[in-house]
Design a protein around this ligand. Structure first.
Ligand SMILES: Cc1cc2nc3c(=O)[nH]c(=O)nc-3n(C[C@H](O)[C@H](O)[C@H](O)COP(=O)(O)OP(=O)(O)OC[C@H]3O[C@@H](n4cnc5c(N)ncnc54)[C@H](O)[C@@H]3O)c2cc1C
Ligand SMILES: NC(=O)c1ccc[n+]([C@@H]2O[C@H](COP(=O)([O-])OP(=O)(O)OC[C@H]3O[C@@H](n4cnc5c(N)ncnc54)[C@H](OP(=O)(O)O)[C@@H]3O)[C@@H](O)[C@H]2O)c1
Length: 309
C-alpha cells in the first residue's frame, strides 16, 4: 500500500474577482501547427508589481475577467485557465505566468448562428502590451506532492488539458526526477500536438520520460476506432503496466469532462483498483463484468487527481 502522499500548502485567492489586478500581456502566439482547424494560443501574463507575482504553482489556475458586459448588462464573470508555466514562472521569471487558451467557437444547433466564447476569444485577441484583469490563484488539490521527484507519474491530457502538465513536467525536470513520467496526450489532429517539440525532445533525451500521443481523427487504433488517451493503457501496456504497478505512482487526468470514465474503466478491467474508489457493493462483482453504469459510480482514490471541465 502506498504511504500517505503529502502535498504542499499553496496559496489561493490572493486576488479575488471583486478586486482584480491588472496584468500585461507579454506574449500571445498560436500554439497549433499550420492548417489546424483549432486556434489554441500560448499566452503569457506579466504580473510584475501585483500581489500575484510568484504565487502560482503548476496545476493551479489564473482567473481572467473579460472587458464589457454580458447579455443581461452585468459585468462578465471570471473564467479560469490552468497555468502552463512551471512553478518558478515562465522562463524561470517569477512574475511571468503562461496559459494555453483555445478559442471557443460553436454553431448554435437551432439558430445556426455562430457563438464565440466570450473570454477565450477576448484574451486570444489581446496583443502584447495590452492590460487584462486577473485573479487567483485558484485550486489547491491538482498539484504535485511534496518531494515530487520521489514519485512516478501518469499524466493523461486531452487538448488544452495538457497545460498543467507542461508546468508540472518542467518542475519535475528541475527537481532532477529519475522516476518514470509518462505524458499521454490526446488531440484531434497532428497539427494540435501542443508543445510537441518540448515533449519530443524530452522523450529523446530523458530515459525516464515517455511521450505517448493519441491523435483521434488521424491515427486510428488497429481496429479502426478513434484513438483516445485511455487506449494507451491497452496498446502500450508493456510500458505503462510496470509504472502502474509501482506503489509510488500517481495518476493525473486533465481536459474534457467525461474523459476520466474511459480511464477508470480500463484501470478497473486491468485490476488497478488502488487508483479508484469503489463501492462495497461493486467490490463483490468481478471488475470485468462491471457495466458502464457501474463504471460511472467510480471515483478516483488518493492516487489519482482528476480535473476536467
Ligand atoms: C479549472 C479550469 C481550468 C481551465 N483551464 C483551461 C485552459 O487551460 N485552457 C482553456 O482553453 N480553457 C480552460 N478552461 C475553460 C475556460 O475556463 C472557459 O470555460 C472557456 O475558455 C470558455 O469560456 P468563454 O468565455 O470563451 O466561453 P463562454 O462565453 O463562457 O461560453 C461557454 C459555452 O457556453 C455556450 N454558450 C454560452 N452562451 C451562449 C449563447 N448565448 N449562445 C450559444 N451558446 C452559448 C457555448 O456553447 C460555449 O461553448 C478551464 C476551466 C476550468 C474550470
Ligand atoms: N484544469 C482544467 O480543468 C482544464 C484545463 C485545461 C482545459 N480544460 C478543459 O479541457 C477541454 C479541452 O478541450 P479541447 O477543445 O482543448 O480538446 P480537443 O483539442 O478537442 O482534444 C480533445 C481530445 O480528446 C478526445 N476525446 C473526446 N472525447 C473523449 C473521451 N470521452 N475520452 C477520451 N478522449 C476523448 C477528442 O477526440 P474527438 O474530438 O476526435 O472525438 C480529442 O482528440 C476543455 O473543455 C477545457 O475546458 C480543463
Amino acid at each position: 500500500m502506498i504511504r500517505e502522499i503529502e502535498y504542499p500548502d499553496v496559496e489561493i485567492n490572493v486576488v479575488r474577482a471583486k478586486e482584480p489586478v491588472e496584468a500585461t500581456i507579454l506574449e500571445n502566439y498560436i500554439a497549433t501547427a499550420a492548417g489546424s482547424p483549432n486556434f489554441i494560443r500560448h499566452i503569457t501574463f506579466d504580473l510584475r508589481n501585483t500581489p500575484l507575482e510568484g504565487k502560482f504553482v503548476a496545476g493551479q489556475s489564473i482567473g481572467v475577467i473579460p472587458e464589457g458586459v454580458d447579455e443581461k448588462g452585468k459585468p462578465h464573470k471570471v473564467r479560469l485557465y490552468s497555468v502552463s508555466s512551471p512553478s518558478k514562472g515562465e522562463n524561470g521569471e517569477a512574475h511571468l505566468v503562461s496559459t494555453t487558451v483555445k478559442r471557443v467557437i460553436d454553431e448554435h444547433w437551432e439558430t445556426q448562428e455562430i457563438y464565440t466564447g466570450t473570454c477565450s476569444n477576448y484574451i486570444s485577441s489581446l496583443k502584447p502590451g495590452s492590460k487584462v484583469k486577473v485573479t487567483g490563484p485558484s485550486g489547491k488539490r491538482f498539484i504535485l506532492p511534496k518531494n515530487p521527484q520521489e514519485y512516478n507519474y501518469l499524466f493523461f491530457a486531452a487538448g488544452t488539458g495538457v497545460a498543467p502538465f507542461r508546468g508540472m513536467v518542467m518542475d519535475l525536470m528541475d527537481a532532477g526526477s529519475t522516476n518514470d513520467i509518462a505524458l499521454i496526450f490526446g488531440c484531434p489532429y497532428r497539427t494540435d500536438l501542443l508543445y510537441k517539440s518540448y515533449f519530443e525532445d524530452l522523450n529523446t533525451k530523458i530515459p525516464n520520460f515517455h511521450y505517448l500521443k493519441s491523435v483521434s481523427r488521424e491515427e486510428p487504433r488497429g481496429d479502426g476506432s478513434k484513438y483516445y488517451v485511455q487506449y494507451q493503457l491497452i496498446d502500450n501496456r508493456e510500458l505503462i503496466e510496470p509504472i502502474l504497478k509501482k506503489d509510488n505512482t500517481i495518476i493525473y487526468v486533465c481536459g474534457l469532462k467525461g474523459m476520466e470514465t474511459g480511464i477508470y474503466q480500463i484501470l478497473a478491467q486491468q485490476g488497478y483498483l488502488d487508483y479508484l474508489r469503489v463501492s462495497d457493493d461493486l467490490l463483490t462483482k468481478d471488475p470485468s463484468t462491471w457495466s458502464w453504469d457501474d463504471i460511472k459510480t467510480l471515483k478516483p482514490s488518493d492516487r489519482m487527481h482528476v480535473e476536467v471541465y
